[in-house]
Design a binder for this molecule. Structure first.
Ligand code: NAD
Ligand code: UDP
Length: 336
């Protein structure tokens, strides 16, 4: 069964391509390379022994989408393509609304024209805004604290309305908590452009000497050690959730949101300690003021995915930091 993977050369999309291939699907990749490299294709072949069909271009390119949908019988679209830097989204909100929301609408229109009615959407725990209670379940009110978060809220809303209006449409919104780790082969991982915004790549680059010191954003939160607590999930668990969700709902219709998290929260200093063990080195850090917009704690109630998809995370913190470190040491500067 052929599926289209938008953003399939990015961090999560590329790992999903492997998981889909391993599960017997034929993933076709569409990516505009705005935050990834063609070299990912080489790595995908190295890991799987398979050559994947790749289209370079934007999800809003109607002609290109029509070419893809005419050339292949696509059963569903796994939609990862998006801009994802929270800070950048506050400075360039229009680019974010354009790329993440308008372009998704265009893609949905072309999908509809070609009778492709199934979509798996990369949503985020950011759609819960400031948590009103923990752990966060799917019934928690939806909100956002920055333009990037609003793009996820908006696309979820659009997908719900689309499914209500089209009785044959299926949209699965997977709300990721904090994806980390890398492919266990050490051949694929996250390679952020410039200075990483996220904790794990920042720690990894500090451990290898690219960054001098980790800035820990606040140690006066109401958490066990004062630093922020998050629900880190191994990318391999995350992508398994996509395959499970698609398999479960493939003959279904409607809008189905799921949390993909472990339910376990770790603090910034827990992460530093775990990474130090994997990298067998001390990770230098300094305590800085809180980062604007951060919350003290955020972790998932992932019981819905367990109940309906029979999915749960199996990789522990050690696997997350070991695999990140293997990738970081193999490709200190990413794939470039
Ligand atoms: P990524 O930047 O590594 O991957 C996104 C890919 O999409 C990139 O390869 C980029 O080149 C491509 N892309 C962007 N806009 C495009 C467009 N208009 N047309 C075609 N390709 C385009 O990001 P990621 O970490 O793999 O994230 C994948 C998805 O998961 C995104 O939707 C992101 O918002 C969501 N998400 C990520 C995280 C996280 O922490 N990584 C957390 C929650 C949700
Ligand atoms: N964090 C930090 N230093 C960094 C990056 C992040 O202390 O350089 C903290 C951040 O304040 C939060 C946690 O690490 O408590 C996870 O942040 P990240 O940006 O990775 O993910 P978020 O949960 O904000 O999406």
């Amino acid at each position: 069964m052929k599926v289209l993977v938008t953003g399939g050369l990015g961090f999560i999309g590329s790992h999903t391509v492997i998981a889909l291939f391993d599960a017997g699907y034929t993933p076709i990749i569409l990516d505009n390379l705005s935050n990834s490299s063609r070299r990912v294709l080489t790595q995908l072949t190295k890991i799987t022994g398979n050559e994947f069909e790749f289209y370079e271009g934007c999800i809003s390119d109607r002609a290109l989408l029509s070419t893809i949908f005419s050339a292949h019988k696509i059963e569903g679209v796994f939609h990862f393509a998006a801009l994802k830097a929270v800070g950048e989204s506050t400075v360039q909100p229009l680019s974010y609304y354009h790329n993440n929301v308008s372009h998704t609408i265009t893609m949905l229109e072309v999908m509809a024209k070609h009778n492709i009615a199934k979509l798996v959407f990369s949503s985020s725990a950011t759609v819960y805004g400031d948590p009103q209670y923990l752990p966060l379940d799917e019934k928690h009110p939806i909100s956002a604290t920055n333009p990037y978060g609003w793009t996820k809220v908006m696309v979820e809303r659009i997908l719900q309305d689309y499914c209500t209006a089209n009785s044959d449409a299926l949209a699965i919104a997977l709300r990721y908590f904090n994806p980390v780790g890398a492919h266990p082969s050490g051949q694929l991982g996250e390679s952020p452009n410039g200075i990483p915004n996220n904790l794990m790549p920042y720690i990894a680059q500090t451990a290898i000497g690219i960054r001098e010191q980790l800035n820990v954003f606040g140690d006066d939160y109401d958490t066990h050690d004062g630093t922020g607590v998050r629900d880190y999930i191994h990318v391999q668990d995350l992508v398994a959730g996509h395959v499970d969700a698609f398999k479960h709902h493939v003959k279904d219709v409607g809008f189905h949101p799921y949390n993909l998290g472990t339910g376990q929260g770790y603090s910034v200093l827990d992460m530093v300690a775990a990474f130090s063990q994997s990298a067998k080195c001390t990770i230098d850090y300094k305590i800085c003021p809180r980062r604007e917009g951060d919350v003290a704690s955020n972790f998932a109630d992932a019981s819905k995915a367990k109940q309906y998809l029979n999915w749960q995370a199996t990789h522990d913190l050690k696997a997350m930091t070991d695999d990140s470190w293997r990738w970081q040491t193999n490709y200190p500067k990413g794939l470039e």
